[in-house]
Design a protein around this ligand. Structure first.
Ligand SMILES: *Cc1c(COP(=O)(O)O)cnc(C)c1O
Length: 404
C-alpha cells in the first residue's frame, strides 16, 4: 500500500508569527474583529479564516486538527478535550431519535457504556455484534440503522476489523462507517480502506507521554462544520473543546509518533513471540496464530508494524494481580490503565477498563478473568525486560522453572 501517513505529517509546514519553527500558541479564549459586520458574518458561518471564540475553534487547535487529518487522509478534522469528547458528539451529530447503530461488542468500555446506557435516553439504540462476522453484521442492520461503529484493533481483545469488507457492507446499506483507530495510529489508515470517519483518543499513542487528554474526529469538511455549527453542532453545544496549550503540546509529540510506533511494535512483537514460545496464551496481531493476522497484514502500512498492544491470559485474576504487582515492584512497568506511554503499562481489563461491560457479556466475548492487557513501552533493551518478566512468572508459578 502506498499510503504514507508519517510523510503527510512531515510535509505540513507551520511557522510561528515571528518565524518560530513551531506555530505560535493562540493563548486567547476570544478574538477581536476589525468590523462589527465581520463578527456577524462569522457567527452566521459566512466567513472563513476568522476566529470567534475558542470553544468553536482556535489557531492551535486547527493546526493540530490539520496534521491529524493529513495523517488519516481525511478532508479535515476537529480536535476535542478527550477521546470521548470526540466520539460522543460525533455519534450524536449523526444520529437522531429513532436511529440505530450496529457496533462491535468489543469496544472501549466508555464507548460501550455510552451506546448501551446513555444514547437510549435520546432514542438512539445499538446492537452489539461480533465485528469479525459479516453475516452477524448484515443481520443486525435494520431500516433505521445509520452507523456501523468499530475499532480497527479492538479493546481489549485485539480483534481486527476487516475495514474494506465493513466499508462495503456500509456502502451497500447507505450507512456511515466510523472507526476508532486509537490502538493502531500509522499502522492502519482506516479512511484509505473505506471508513467515513476516523476517531482517536489522542491521550494514548498519539500524544504518547500520558500527560494530556485529547481526542479527534477526522472526516469530511461537511461533518466537521456540522459539529462546530453554533446553532446545532454537537461539539459546539456540548463543549468538549481542547485547550490551545494542550493542542500545541500534542502537535509537538505527534512529530515523533512514527519513531515511537516502530519501537512499540518492535518490542511488542519480540515479547509476544517469546511469551507464546513459553506456552503462554498470547494474543498479538503480529503472531500468525492471531485469527486477524492476515486481515491486519492486508490492511497495514507495513513499516509501522502491528502496534504496541498485547494480551496474555495467566488463568486467574489472582495470578494476574500477583504478576502485575511483582512486575511493578521490579520496575518493568506500571499497573495502570491507558496506553501508549514510554513505559510499559499493564492492567486486568475485566476489573478496570472494561468493567462497564457486564460479567456475562465479558464471558460471551471471550474476556476472561486472568487476562492482562499490556501496552508495551519504548524499552531500549527489550531482551532484558523479557528475561525479568519471565523471572517474575517463574517466581509466582505461572511458568515452570525448566524454561529458564
Ligand atoms: C481511551 C480510549 C478512548 C477514550 O478516550 P479518552 O481520551 O480517555 O476520553 C476511546 N477509545 C479507545 C480505543 C480508547 O483506548
Amino acid at each position: 500500500m502506498s499510503f504514507k501517513p508519517a510523510n503527510r505529517i512531515q510535509d505540513l509546514q507551520y511557522f510561528g508569527e515571528f518565524g518560530g519553527v513551531n506555530p505560535s500558541i493562540s493563548d486567547s479564549s476570544t478574538y477581536t474583529f476589525l468590523s462589527a459586520k465581520t463578527m456577524f458574518d462569522t457567527f452566521e458561518g459566512n466567513v472563513e479564516g476568522c476566529y470567534l471564540y475558542s470553544r468553536h475553534s482556535s489557531p492551535s487547535n486547527l493546526y493540530l486538527g490539520e496534521a491529524l487529518a493529513a495523517m488519516e487522509g481525511t478532508e479535515t478534522a476537529h480536535v476535542a478535550a478527550t477521546g470521548m469528547g470526540a466520539i460522543t458528539p460525533t455519534l450524536l451529530q449523526l444520529c437522531h431519535a429513532g436511529d440505530h447503530i450496529v457496533a462491535s461488542r468489543t469496544i472501549y468500555g466508555g464507548t460501550y457504556a455510552f451506546l448501551k446506557n446513555f444514547a437510549p435516553k435520546f432514542g438512539i439504540t445499538s446492537s452489539f455484534v461480533d465485528i469479525t462476522n459479516p453475516t452477524a453484521i448484515s443481520e443486525a442492520i435494520k431500516p433505521n440503522t445509520k452507523i456501523i461503529y468499530c475499532e480497527s484493533v479492538s479493546n481489549p481483545l485485539l480483534e481486527i476489523a476487516n475495514l474494506p469488507e465493513l466499508s462495503q457492507i456500509a456502502k451497500s446499506n447507505g450507512l456511515k462507517l466510523l472507526v476508532d483507530n486509537t490502538f493502531s495510529p500509522l499502522s492502519i489508515s482506516p479512511a484509505a480502506l473505506g471508513a467515513d470517519i476516523v476517531l482517536h483518543s489522542l491521550t494514548k499513542f498519539i500524544n504518547g507521554s500520558s500527560d494530556t487528554m485529547g481526542g479527534v474526529t477526522c472526516g469530511s469538511r461537511e461533518l466537521i462544520n456540522d459539529l462546530k455549527n453554533v446553532n446545532d453542532g454537537a461539539s459546539m453545544l456540548l463543549g468538549p473543546s481542547m485547550d490551545s496549550l494542550r493542542a500545541a503540546s500534542i502537535l509537538k509529540n505527534l512529530r515523533t509518533l512514527h519513531i515511537r510506533i516502530k519501537q512499540h511494535s518492535k518490542n511488542a512483537l519480540y515479547l509476544a513471540e517469546k511469551f507464546e514460545a513459553d506456552g503462554l496464551k498470547t494474543v498479538y496481531p503480529g503472531l500468525p496464530s492471531h485469527p486477524g493476522h492476515q486481515t491486519f497484514r492486508n490492511m497495514m502500512n507495513e513499516e509501522y508494524g502491528f502496534g504496541g498492544m498485547l494480551t496474555i491470559d495467566v488463568g486467574s485474576l489472582n495470578k494476574a494481580n500477583e504478576l502485575m504487582e511483582l512486575m511493578q515492584q521490579r520496575n518493568l512497568g506500571y499497573l495502570a490503565v491507558s496506553l501508549g506511554f514510554y513505559k510499559t503499562l499493564f492492567s486486568a481489563p475485566g476489573t478496570s477498563t472494561s468493567s462497564e461491560i457486564p460479567e456475562e457479556e465479558q464471558k460471551a466475548m471471550g474476556l476472561s478473568d486472568g487476562l492482562i492487557r499490556f501496552s508495551i513501552g519504548l524499552e531500549n533493551d527489550i531482551e532484558r525486560t523479557y528475561q525479568m518478566m519471565q523471572q517474575c512468572m517463574i517466581e509466582i508459578g505461572i511458568l515452570k522453572a525448566i524454561i529458564a
